[in-house]
Design a protein. Structure first.
Length: 117
């Protein structure tokens, strides 16, 4: 069974940084575009960043452009999200999953990111 395990969240002051990791076990990782998603309190889950499996091209939602960087290590079956210049509005539970909706795996527990002002 393919499993996604997110880690690296925490409490940080505004302007700080965190690096999230997502480890994929039990299945093929390298041939899928991967994404980081977040669900803020009272809001729907949204895609914030995605990375292709072919050439590592990345997509970012406007609100995180220039602050977040997504990367992947196919040898380690892991995708990362480097988050800099964090803002209180980045507070959310962060998840990773396959970017294409019809190929999505069961969601993991996610990792909580809390940014204090």
């Amino acid at each position: 069974q393919v499993q996604l395990v997110e880690s690296g969240g925490g409490l940080v002051q505004a302007g700080g940084s965190l690096r999230l990791s997502c480890a994929c076990s039990g299945g093929t990782f390298s041939v899928y575009h991967m994404g980081w998603f977040r669900r803020a309190p009272g809001k729907e889950r949204e895609l914030v960043a995605a990375i292709t499996w072919t050439d590592g091209n990345a997509y970012y939602v406007d609100s995180v452009k220039g602050r977040f960087t997504i990367s992947r290590d196919n040898d380690k079956n892991t995708v990362y999200l480097q988050m800099n210049s964090l803002k209180p509005e980045d507070t959310a539970v962060y998840f990773c999953n396959r970017e294409v909706a019809r190929l999505r795996l069961a969601w993991g527990q996610g990792t909580q990111v809390t940014v204090s002002s």
